[in-house]
Design a protein around this ligand. Sequence first.
Ligand code: C6P
Length: 427
Amino acid sequence: MINTSTKTKTDASENLILKDTSGFDAGSIRKDFPILNTTVHGKPLVYLDNAATTHKPLVVIEKTREYFEETNSNIHRGVHFLSQKATNEYEEAREKVRSFINAKSLKEIIFTKGATESINLVASTFGRMNINAGDEIIISYMEHHSNIVPWQMLTQEKGAVLKVVPINDHGELEMDKLPGLISEKTKLISIVHVSNSLGTINPVKEIIDLAHSKGIPVLVDGSQSIQHLKIDVRELDCDFFVFSGHKLYGPTGTGVLYGKEELLESMPPYQGGGDMIAAVSFEKTLYNELPFKFEAGTPNIAGMIGLGAAIDYVRGIGIEKIASYEKYLSDYAASHFVDIPKFRPIGSAKEKVSVFSFILAGIHPHDIGTILDFEGIAIRTGHHCTQPVMKRFNIPATARVSIAMYNTKEEIDHFVRAINKVFEVFA
Ligand code: C6P
């Protein structure tokens, strides 16, 4: 199924897929993603909106279908065969996640419905327990709203203070400002690993080491790093790491909160309900052990099993191979984007993943997106849930191209040609 050798390939979007020279067989990979055969407005789909969500390989689609056809049952509560089968498959998915990010224990892997819920969980539990009036939380200018609003809600509730690490004109953190923002009142640093609107890879290890030297825990939002970089939570030594499964080729409605066991043990539950309890009476409830203490109610069983299949798929290819192909494609894209007239990149960090935000002077990003859509090209336009980034660059929105392992050089060429149509319309 997966073959990383160099070869020429064909499929329904054949005219967009030619021989690539990086040694990574994107053509073979594309065959695993049925949606890539879709046509949009009569044109082959060119999907360059992977930071919003990635498409799902057949193994993920088949795994979830197989679950509903052959297993479908509630977990952790049935003595019958199917319930135990569903429980086993669900817990196998947890082990796949654990091993993928190299967590120490299964107790450290909490399943959620996405990165947003994972951050809200930490804010509502760790945050409510540890942040008091006058305390400080540090985030950055390039956070996704889901790593701003929960902390804003918490600081407002507690009379605490939110401090923000600024970013420079390249869209990099101004790291020299961080030490000055830290004080003895700092109770948490919550920082994005890779920016969804700028593509910047932040030096999270450096931030974690600095924070730990002052006894401050760190949450890393890995929503845009998990699909591009090798993640080792023990090597990073982060206290919390969150991501969404749907950006890692898994189903929507799946997410992960990694937390160090001792921290998770110390935190109160998030939601109350079934499965998170050991014993309930009207007087008192004893909570379940980790990780179940944080997983109230019937979860997205099929989704998490699908995420397990997505992790198997990515591991089968190798995240390093994916990263090096994406780097090759990014370099190719960057070298062609500079030739586009009036092209202004937003985010030109030295360390970047395959995410390109840009504006074309005088043309609204929504118009760019709409015209490209008629060429079969899907990009995202808007503020990307990072309004402070837009404010920092004094723009209302950007157009964003985000590349995944199934994209090709020829798709980038097609995109560059299609941009000419935008200029024709606005001539
Ligand atoms: N970014 C994008 O198009 P959820 O919605 O919970 O799956 O992920 C939230 C989230 C958190 N952090 C970062 C860095 C993200 O990029 C996202 C989701 C999508 O850029 C949708 S706005």
